[in-house]
Design a protein around this ligand. Structure first.
Ligand code: GDP
Ligand code: MG
Length: 192
């Protein structure tokens, strides 16, 4: 079990950031039930004992990645309601996207591909970081999507890939650190 919420000494500074430049807007996409809110809550350091169905939440937190502070604003609002305006907004506003599926649900994996295509359409000429996330890796017996399938999909869609388990807190820290690195890589190459 990784300690993400508890290692406040070095990897987490505080909420909020002074410099706009360091605020990265991260949007969680994916079908209902794949674990978006669970991942977001772990990131936000909120650990509820039981699941709460919330309308939508945004988590604001600074983390240190490779010795440099970054503030992430994580939006868990995709399912807030079925409104096209909101979905369009989501597709436009992100600096990075996390497309989540459940490894125990093949249809959520197919949905992830659809979302990737929608995103490409909405942000045609832009090179935005996208991470494909296969969540619920702890549910070994009910797995329907293999690691290889996930990885192959990410290659086709030209994005990063990681498997996580929100339940075990496995790879959740790596996921959010990976996003920061991806955003920075693109910023650096633009500045050169
Ligand atoms: P959302 O609809 O995408 O926001 O998904 P939730 O975060 O609400 O999670 C849906 C259900 O899956 C909840 O009952 C969670 O406890 C459960 N869940 C989420 N992540 C995991 C995981 O990594 N492993 C297991 N076993 N269950 C998970
Ligand atoms: Mg949710």
């Amino acid at each position: 079990r990784e300690s993400w919420a508890s290692d406040s000494s070095d990897s987490v500074i505080s909420s909020g950031s002074d410099s706009e430049d360091h605020v990265f807007k991260v949007i969680l996409l994916g079908e209902h039930g794949v674990g978006k809110s669970s991942l977001a809550r772990i990131f936000g350091g909120v650990e509820d004992l039981h699941d709460v169905e919330e309308a939508g939440n945004t988590y604001d937190r600074s983390i240190v990645v490779d010795g440099e502070e970054a503030c992430l604003l994580v939006f868990d609002i995709w399912e807030q309601d079925d409104n096209h305006w909101l979905h369009n907004q989501c597709m436009k506003m992100g600096d990075a996207y996390v497309i989540v599926y459940s490894v125990t649900d093949k249809s959520s994996f197919e949905k992830a591909s659809e979302l990737r295509i929608q995103l490409r359409r909405a942000r045609q000429s832009e090179d935005i970081p996208i991470i494909l996330v296969g969540n619920k890796s702890d549910l070994v017996r009910s797995r329907e999507v293999s690691v290889e399938e996930g990885r192959a999909c990410a290659v086709v869609f030209d994005c990063k890939f990681i498997e996580t388990s929100a339940s075990l807190h496995h790879n959740v820290k790596d996921l959010f650190e990976g996003i920061v690195r991806q955003v920075r890589l693109r910023k650096d190459s633009k500045e050169d």
